[in-house]
Design a protein around this ligand. Structure first.
Ligand SMILES: Nc1nc2c(c(=O)[nH]1)N[C@H]1C(S)=C(S)[C@@H](COP(=O)(O)O)O[C@H]1N2
Ligand SMILES: [Mo]
Length: 220
């Protein structure tokens, strides 16, 4: 076949494409060999650095809310007790920050993003989420990544409430993407048909941010 001819769609590629379309919630299962645990260009730390825009909001559980908006059948606006009434899950995962530190084996408890999405019921057109936090931070990610099996709206770390500095009372954890996607002090989850850049994504960071393919900056 000549180089410039379009390859005909094979049975395999068409099946793969259909799975990719239907499998929104089936991606994100992490089954990497142990040797591949530390992504390229990362080094391990034992402490847990604090990184943010420098405005750490003081939130009270009485006034806290989480909204789920956009392309969902059921818009949600949950107060703290409604959020706590959702199924609670545990998740053990590694952190990979784009500034090159990684931290293994963090034990989280909270609401699995899938359990929240089960309540909100995303419409078929929903492909991306744009997250907004109480400090004004925003970040975007594909819905499939947000809905990964081990992604969690975490309220505790190592059995203790997440501190304000680390995003308490609730922050997102999406372990298989760089940590800037894991919004602290999460306020709103907006489901969308199209991708829209968040804070760091408008400032040169990658739209997806996969650590194993070093998607650090928008040119990567
Ligand atoms: N709301 C909010 N979430 C945020 C940020 C932020 O500035 N505001 N910074 C991101 C970045 S760049 C990183 S590396 C991690 C840091 O989380 P940590 O301070 O708990 O280590 O939070 C991410 N989530
Ligand atoms: Mo970061």
């Amino acid at each position: 076949m000549a180089e410039d001819e379009q390859a005909p769609e094979t049975k395999l590629t068409s099946t793969k494409r259909r799975c990719a379309a239907a499998g929104k919630f089936l991606t994100g299962r992490i089954a990497r060999p142990e040797t591949d645990r530390l992504p390229p260009g990362q080094h391990l730390v034992k402490d847990w650095p604090v990184l943010d825009l420098g405005q750490q909001p003081h939130l009270t559980l009485e006034s806290w809310r989480l909204d789920v908006t956009g392309l969902v059948e059921n818009s949600l606006s949950l107060d703290w007790s409604a959020f706590q009434a959702l199924p609670q899950s545990d998740s053990l995962s590694d952190i990979h920050c784009v500034t090159t530190w990684s931290r293994y084996d963090n034990r989280w408890r909270g609401v699995a993003t899938r359990d929240l999405l089960d309540q909100a019921m995303p419409m078929p057109e929903a492909e991306y989420v744009l997250l907004t936090s109480y400090d004004g931070y925003t970040t975007n990610l594909p819905l499939a990544d947000f809905a990964a099996e081990d992604a969690i709206l975490a309220t505790t770390w190592e059995g203790e409430p997440i501190t304000r500095a680390h995003g308490g009372p609730m922050r997102l954890i999406v372990p298989h993407l760089y940590f800037w996607k894991s919004a602290k002090w999460l306020r709103r989850i907006d489901l969308r048909a199209a991708d829209a850049a968040g804070f760091w994504e408008r400032n040169g960071y990658h739209m997806r941010g996969d650590p194993w393919s070093e998607e650090r900056y928008s040119g990567d």
